[in-house]
Design a protein around this ligand. Structure first.
Ligand SMILES: C[S@@+](CC[C@H](N)C(=O)[O-])C[C@H]1O[C@@H](n2cnc3c(N)ncnc32)[C@H](O)[C@@H]1O
Length: 179
């Protein structure tokens, strides 16, 4: 069986978020319907989270992409998601946002400065005992953000795995805020 076939078998029932198998399995263990998720970068993950938790707040920088995700949510009858569309959310609305969440998932604002800005701000929104998840942490351009997160002294889990239909290894970092 190929890795792709394993991914399909494991994830198809829930739709497939753009995350690797170990990360999805980890999330399936920790998530429940009482939880809230804050996300940067909407997409398949938004739909998938909306099915697993009580509420999802997402930040999105691309107008067309935002419309596409909204359409998909409506089609699926998912009404527990708010998407804030802002082309400059990483340095504008996201750092000024307020609230505490069980999971903060950073997967948008791909450019170096943008992703580092959301990494520096994102940990403020994690509840005690909650999780901060940073996808694509293998990218060296995000090192500055990882250094800041390491400085918090939170427990860290490294999920290395192959991406969907990809032969390159990816790192998704999970940080847990102490209770
Ligand atoms: C890597 S995507 C991931 C989105 C989401 N977290 C998921 O798992 O599906 C991050 C961002 O890239 C942008 N994006 C994704 N695919 C794109 C495409 N084909 N063309 C243009 N922008 C894209 C969107 O702004 C999106 O928020």
């Amino acid at each position: 069986m190929t890795y792709e076939e394993i991914q399909k078998k494991l994830l198809d029932d829930d739709g497939r978020p753009c995350l690797t198998v170990p990360v999805v399995l980890f999330l399936k263990i920790i998530l429940d319907k009482t939880m809230t998720v804050l996300e940067t970068g909407s997409g398949r993950s938004t739909i998938w989270f909306a099915r697993q938790v009580k509420e999802v707040i997402s930040f999105e920088s691309q107008e067309k992409w935002h419309h596409g995700v909204m359409e998909r949510l409506e089609k699926e009858g998912l009404n527990n998601v708010i998407i804030h569309y802002d082309p400059d959310y990483s340095t504008n609305s996201f750092p000024k946002f307020e609230g505490e969440f069980d999971v903060v998932f950073l997967d948008g604002a791909d450019g170096h400065g943008d992703r580092v800005a959301v990494m520096k701000a994102g940990h403020k929104f994690v509840k005690p005992g909650g999780y901060l998840i940073v996808d694509d942490s293998h990218r060296s351009v995000y090192e500055e953000g990882i250094r800041v997160l390491r400085g918090l002294g939170w427990h860290r889990i490294d999920f290395w795995s192959y991406g969907y239909k990809s032969e390159a290894l990816k790192l998704c970092l999970v940080w847990r805020r102490p209770k």
